[in-house]
Design a protein. Structure first.
Lengths: 388, 173
């Protein structure tokens, strides 16, 4: 039974919302060293998923590592460890990026917000916290800047078409105050009772929404206030994963790892055009990554796929074959039934470039039976960001 | 049942709250539904109903025909079923052989044949309505109809009565 293998709950950390999760019937599971809710009583995984697509879902993402980078060399340091242009990024805006090792492999994916000319707010994956900390401390030597994890702040993600209404009703100025906060922007807001928060218009579901950073001491209050609105419901890790899969987003450890470059994983757009001649500083793995871009020498790419019929879902590691079954063309990196697409099985995969085109017919081999799939454009479910 | 065959172990529940188990027990929801085929197949009802430690149930009738499925406890733990892999008719299965699998969005779990027999049919209704696994796992959501090699095989100590099964759930957690 599954329970037996995961019963060492003693050492798990708790977020500031732990008691709230338990009081709402959260099924708590160990995740990246934390006890986190996988789902809540009264809503199934599929219901949670659909609620987020139709209304607003509240996710506790406080387990993710929030940190700051400050100092004269902050931009040059970011330009060593990431391929993204942070010099020309406007203050108050964020960019997805990746931390790169010397070979151009991805150490982690990250959201970086420019909070001042030489000041950044960084969010990295919980599961990579120890590795990232070591990496950043090793890389930063010689740079005039300081990287520091933020203690005592929670992170709440509110996602879905009603997220703006729900969060807007709690802040001074109301929903109107969010009208000029576009996707990828972040700034401070004050709740009507005076609590200060930082809200970024972003998320991991493909929906409009916010990631709200708040001091731990006010986190439970904020969570309760958001959930007082009947449009918002608490959503666990299970739906978080199926939502991000549909939205075509990467999960570190599945789509991305230390051996994959941004080009191997179809994240070439994270390599800013302005970073490609090296004049803003050469990032780690500059040569191999630029070679892949210039001569298109990467052998694999990341694609989406959909089943054309029914069958068991193709999970991580499942082999993908050519349509006639004769040739191995790649493997599934994430896969499951898609709640938004009526349960059709979907996934993301790493495939040889011959199989990259949308519409390419392939087979997945699940427990020695093959099922037909079709390569499909990412995202597999359309995104609804609030953009200019 | 319930060897997770995927990477989703990261989402595997650590423990089920004791109060949930007590609730299940009070409801006796792991009992076979008396209104559905697994029970009504013969006029006198099943001659034996047994449970495995891996959360399968088997209801055997006097003529040696038996129905196999997963318990309510297992269905609740698995979550919304999205696909059920059914066994092919005429498959000869030994106790412990894979009979099929139940998939949820997050995981896939194998189902094992509790005692030896030949598959007569899989429950085709699950092809279009996998959610029957959640709605009525011990009734409409039966997975396979099998002809047992020997009804006496059900008398092994490996298999539990409903009372023993409910007790094992309590002890487990």
């Amino acid at each position: 039974m599954i329970a037996k293998r995961f019963n060492s709950t003693a050492a798990l950390k708790k977020t500031a919302l732990y008691n709230l999760h338990v009081s709402m019937g959260g099924t708590m599971v160990p995740f990246a060293g934390y006890s986190m809710p996988v789902k809540y009583a009264g809503m199934t995984h599929i219901e949670s998923h659909k609620w987020t697509r139709q209304h607003a879902g509240l996710f506790d993402v406080s387990h993710m590592l929030q940190s700051t980078l400050r100092g004269a060399d902050a931009v040059s340091f970011l330009h060593k460890i990431t391929p993204t242009d942070f010099q020309n990024l406007p203050v108050g805006t964020s960019s997805l990026s990746v931390l790169l090792n010397e070979r151009g492999g991805i150490v982690d994916d990250t959201m970086v917000t420019k909070t001042g000319a030489s000041e950044f707010y960084i969010v990295t994956n919980a599961a990579c916290a120890a590795k990232d900390t070591q990496f950043l401390q090793d890389q930063i030597s010689g740079f005039d800047c300081q990287w520091q994890p933020i203690e005592n702040r929670s992170l709440l993600a509110l996602q879905g078409p009603d997220a703006c209404k729900v969060f807007g009703s709690l802040i001074k100025g109301g929903p109107e105050a969010l009208k000029d906060l576009y996707f990828g922007e972040r700034r401070p807001f004050e709740l009507t009772d005076g609590v200060q928060v930082q809200a970024a218009r972003s998320g991991y579901t493909g929906e409009d929404g916010f990631e709200i950073s708040v001091v731990d001491s006010s986190a439970e209050l904020l969570g309760k206030l958001l959930l007082d609105n009947s449009l918002a419901r608490p959503i666990g890790l299970a739906a978080r994963d199926s939502l991000r899969l549909e939205a075509g987003m990467c999960l570190y450890g599945n789509e991305l790892n230390d051996g994959t470059t941004p080009i191997d994983t179809s994240l070439g757009w994270l390599v800013s055009k302005t970073r490609r001649d090296g004049s803003l500083g050469k990032f780690n793995g500059f040569e191999p990554i630029m070679k892949q871009i210039q001569d298109k020498s990467n052998s694999v790419v990341r694609v989406g796929f959909k089943y054309t019929g029914k069958g068991p879902a193709a999970r991580t590691g499942t082999p993908l074959l050519s349509e006639d079954g004769s040739t191995a063309v790649g493997h599934v990196t994430s896969g499951s039934a898609s709640p938004s697409l009526g349960g059709v099985n979907i996934g993301q995969a790493s495939v040889l470039k011959v199989a990259r085109k949308a519409g390419t017919k392939l087979l997945v081999s699940v427990r020695n039976k093959v099922f037909p799939v079709e390569v499909a454009r990412l995202p597999l479910v359309p995104s609804h960001y609030y953009k200019k | 049942m319930f060897r997770c065959s995927t990477q989703v172990a990261r989402f595997a529940p650590t423990r089920f709250a004791a109060r949930n188990v007590l609730f299940l027990r009070a409801q006796s929801s792991n009992a076979v539904n008396r209104a559905q085929l697994p029970f009504t197949f013969s006029s006198s009802g099943p001659s034996a109903i047994k449970y495995t430690s891996q959360h399968e149930w088997i209801a055997a009738h006097p003529d040696g025909t038996a129905f196999v499925g997963i318990t309510k406890y297992a269905a609740d733990a698995l979550g919304d079923a999205t696909y059920v892999e059914l066994p092919e008719a005429e498959s000869e299965l030994e106790a412990g052989d894979s009979l099929g699998s139940v998939e949820s969005v997050k995981s896939a779990s194998e189902i094992y044949q509790p005692v030896g027999g030949v598959v007569l049919e899989g429950n085709e209704a699950l092809n279009d309505s996998p959610q029957l696994i959640n709605e009525d796992p011990l009734g409409e959501g039966w997975i396979a109809k099998v002809k047992l090699n020997n009804v006496a095989d059900l008398e092994t100590d490996e298999l539990m009565s409903l009372e023993q099964y409910e007790k094992s759930l309590q002890e487990d957690h």
